[in-house]
Design a protein around this ligand. Structure first.
Ligand code: SF4
Ligand code: SF4
Length: 462
């Protein structure tokens, strides 16, 4: 039987486990350091990338911009159009598959380290701790009756939260409307209705999700927590308590106990307020903070670290790890899909041309004979310029002896637009016997004649 907790420890744990808001105890350790590093990294990228500029054809523009009005996505030197939807869809599939693979290997590790909900909750809790104090001070402040001191602390905290939420919303909208224009628009009270809507919505969303709801989102609202279990297999590593090593808890002094001294620190540091010793639970976000807490306890008691650690169900049960692809079919499938998606995306990107052409034959008149005996066919060429500057294209035709274009053969096309052009092709008098002959249109850009487009078509001879 477990020895009862000391009164002081029991009271602390009880205070911590009070229903209502969770105030997790701060903890130092390698997983906490990793979480902090990732918060810094992701936020430096998010808040900073919208300020980067990119020089394109002699003018500067925002380097990363989702220009919905003009149906363009700028990613530094790359400009994607609606015609590139396949690439974007592939990028989403690759991201989802990478998430599935990470989940199959290490459970809900994305939730613990990279999910925006976790990252912003960590930022908002950090602000709360600076203003209100450590976890016990925050608990006591919450239970204190209203008064001027409490009001001032709460007001300062909510004010800073609101400022962070507003700046986060401005940054978010700044990826859709150039951020410098957006800020200039504030000064002149010139913000469009959509921008105003998204600014208000995103600021409120950030404030509520990260400041008020925080871990409740992971516990009750996140759909991913409900179905991620289907990606697990017995070799998936999750944060787990080694029951065989830890139990019976709090009985070391009798010489017959396990390594767990029932200090409750793993519960106090948990941002979702669970006791990992109760086994794998869906609110666990695999953040590893309970590992940090327990490792520090193990160091103090002289026991080896890892009573709580990333461990698979197999490992905890003493079952050998499966070998090879056949032992972990889910991991093999996700890794294969990920590799295929990355390779396909790379190939599509490498093969992507900034000129696309469709050739349509004039269905009204198959062919006509001119006064000097030549045979003419009429076509419409749809020239699509996917570059972000005006381009000039030259059209040539081949496939029959003496075949030539009558009239205009050079055309300018505005950036990101489709220009239909009428082209007449002529074959000399005395051409081969009648029928439908294959021909080819060659369309090349003036600035890069070597990278042209070949489009097959046909020429009708009477
Ligand atoms: S931190 Fe470790 S020793 Fe303390 S209660 Fe948790 S598992 Fe037991
Ligand atoms: S049980 Fe541990 S890993 Fe899971 S959420 Fe709590 S602190 Fe993080």
């Amino acid at each position: 039987m477990n020895k009862p907790l000391s009164k002081l420890r029991a009271a602390k744990l009880e205070l911590y486990r009070q229903q209502g808001k969770i105030h997790a105890r701060a903890v130092a350790g390698r997983f906490n350091s990793l979480r902090r590093a990732l918060v810094w990294l992701t936020q430096i990228v998010f808040y900073g990338a919208c300020w980067l500029n990119w020089e394109s054809n002699g003018s500067m523009r925002q380097a990363i911009l989702f220009d919905i009005a003009h149906e363009k996505l700028y990613l530094f030197g790359l400009v994607l159009w609606p015609q590139d939807a396949l690439l974007l869809a592939l990028a989403l599939i690759v991201a989802a598959t990478a998430l599935f693979l990470a989940t199959a290997l290490a459970g809900r590790v994305f939730c613990g380290f990279l999910c925006p909900q976790t990252v912003y909750t960590a930022i908002f809790v950090w602000i709360e701790a600076r203003v209100e104090g450590d976890h016990l001070a925050r608990l006591k402040l919450d239970r204190r009756p209203p008064g001027p001191g409490k009001f001032v602390r709460k007001a300062v905290k909510h004010g800073i939260w609101a400022a962070v939420a507003i700046w986060t919303a401005i940054t978010f909208v700044g990826y859709f409307t150039p951020i410098r224009e957006l800020l200039a628009g504030f000064g002149e009270w010139r913000v469009g209705p959509w921008e105003a809507f998204w600014l208000l919505f995103y600021a409120a969303f950030t404030y509520v999700q990260a400041g008020l709801a925080r871990e409740a989102v992971c516990q009750h609202m996140c759909p991913y927590s409900r179905f991620q279990g289907v990606m697990f297999d017995p070799a998936t590593a999750n944060v787990a308590y080694d029951r065989r090593r830890g139990e019976p808890r709090n009985a070391r002094r009798q010489g017959a106990g396990g390594d767990c001294i029932d200090c409750g620190l793993c519960v106090e540091v948990c941002p979702t307020g669970i006791d990992i010793r109760d086994g794998l639970q869906y609110p666990c976000i695999n953040c590893g903070l309970c590992i940090d807490a327990c490792d520090a306890v193990m160091d103090r008691t002289g026991a080896p670290r890892g009573l709580i650690r990333f461990a698979s169900a197999n490992e905890l049960a003493g079952v050998p790890a499966p070998r090879g692809v056949a032992g972990r079919p889910r991991v093999a499938v996700y890794a294969g899909l990920l590799l295929a998606g990355v390779l396909l995306g790379g190939w599509l990107l490498a093969e992507r041309t900034l000129l696309r052409v469709d050739v349509l034959r004039d269905r009204g008149a198959l062919s006509r004979e001119t006064a000097d005996g030549r045979i003419e066919n009429a076509y419409t060429l749809q020239l699509m310029n996917l570059d972000d500057v005006v381009r000039h294209y030259r059209v040539a035709v081949s496939g029959l002896p003496g075949l030539e274009i009558v009239g205009g053969r050079e055309f300018a096309v505005e950036p990101g637009s489709i220009r239909p052009v009428a082209v007449t092709v002529s074959a000399p008098a005395g051409a081969p016997p009648g029928g439908i002959r294959p021909i080819v249109f060659d369309i090349s850009a003036e600035h890069a004649p070597a990278s042209g487009v070949r489009e097959p078509s046909s020429f009708v001879l009477p």
